[in-house]
Design a protein around this ligand. Structure first.
Ligand SMILES: [Zn+2]
Length: 134
């Protein structure tokens, strides 16, 4: 299985190797964080001097165009584009450390539909009012 991720704003590929690389900021701190490409795998690759505390709110940005990846579509979640076996999808993920919520949404004809839910906390988001039908 291979996943290819890109920025919803500029289209830049964000996992040129396997790991997804995003600019992350918390307070005044700005670092690069690597994410495992498999939806639902929450392994992180952090710089040696960075530690993550549960409940921290992070902002994530595209490292190429620097746009904020927070989505307007699903409140509180960040968005990436993902191509998985030639299907184009959107992946939404939580920006709160320790909160495991990832949604894979298809963008085909008709209404967007959630294809996959991952993480113990995904239902916090699927229960919200959103333009996505479950
Ligand atoms: Zn971008």
């Amino acid at each position: 299985m291979s996943w290819s991720y890109s920025c919803p704003w500029c289209g830049a590929m964000l996992n040129p190797d396997k790991t997804i690389i995003l600019t992350a900021s918390r307070g005044g701190e700005r670092v690069l964080i690597g994410f495992h490409p498999e939806p639902g795998n929450y392994e992180l690759f952090l710089p040696p001097n960075v530690s993550i505390s549960e409940g921290d709110h992070w902002d994530f940005f595209c490292p190429v165009c620097r746009e904020n990846l927070l989505t307007g579509e699903l409140e509180g979640l960040c968005e990436l584009r993902m191509v998985d076996d030639d299907k184009e999808q959107q992946v939404f993920f939580s920006r709160i450390a320790g909160e495991q919520a990832t949604l894979v949404v298809s963008k085909g004809k008709g209404k967007p539909k959630v294809q996959e839910k991952h993480g113990d906390h995904a239902t916090r988001y699927t229960e919200r009012v959103m333009p996505v039908r479950f």
